[in-house]
Design a protein around this ligand. Structure first.
Ligand code: MD3
Ligand code: FE
Length: 214
């Protein structure tokens, strides 16, 4: 249905906030190849639930590809060139992923985006991500591109401070959002994932976030 209304070449664009551009269904056509690439990456760098610095286990399972991967443990949040679980460099970022991120960023006005990190988040029903800021990247003038695949999620979008009621927005299979400019440091999170089944992923949601970490 959405594919007919908004083919890849003419994705619906919606400004969620200054600096935050939703490109609805932008990745829909590429979704099968993206998920195949994710399966290749996670065969080498398996999904794992990391520890927060406070000692909690995150409900979301994560992996990464590219020159850097985001990690969390008792020592803090950071980017690492090596997967601490395998001791090996993260798998290279598949060209299809890097290219999709570059095209989406350009569409939102960020020409020349060259991500060196792709964080892969896997949500099973009940998994959530509390409100947080993404501020572990060296150059905060670079945007973040996020791609939603599989089960829908309720995205929570706050402001530059922790206070206030966040906006709630569904993100569905194939949606791409580019977060830059004034939205780059806004608080955001994901409400607990509802049970469900999606033809592309089964019982889970996969989110890719492309970053320039170093
Ligand atoms: C707004 N992931 O990995 S993607 C994360 O769906 C993260 O897995 C969520 O938040 C997920 O850090 C949300 C949407 C997103 C990503 C980065 C942002 C929104 C953002 C950075 C700044 C502002
Ligand atoms: Fe985030």
């Amino acid at each position: 249905m959405t594919a007919d209304l908004f083919p890849d070449t003419l994705a619906a664009r919606e400004a969620l906030a200054p600096g935050a551009v939703l490109l609805r269904a932008f990745a829909q056509g590429d979704a099968p190849a993206l998920l195949a690439a994710v399966a290749d990456v996670t065969a080498c760098a398996p999904f794992r639930q990391m520890q927060t610095p406070g000692g909690q286990t995150m409900s979301v399972a994560m992996s990464s590809c590219g020159e850097r991967g985001w990690i969390s443990d008792r020592r803090g949040y950071r980017y690492s060139p090596v997967d601490p679980q395998t001791g090996q460099p993260w798998p290279p970022m598949p060209a299809l992923l890097a290219d999709l991120a570059r095209r989406a960023a350009a569409e939102a006005g960020f020409a020349g985006f060259a991500p060196d990190a792709c964080l892969i988040n896997r949500y099973l029903p009940g998994c959530r991500m509390g409100l947080h800021q993404d501020r572990d990247e060296a150059d905060l003038s670079q945007p973040i591109v996020s791609v939603s695949l599989g089960l829908p999620a309720l995205f929570l979008f706050g402001g530059p401070t922790r206070g206030g009621r966040p906006l709630r927005r569904p993100l569905v299979h194939g949606d791409v959002v580019v977060w830059g400019g004034p939205a780059r440091l806004h608080f955001h999170g994901i409400a607990p994932l509802a049970e469900g089944s999606h033809p592309a992923t089964g019982n889970c949601r996969v989110n890719l976030t492309f970053r320039r970490a170093a």
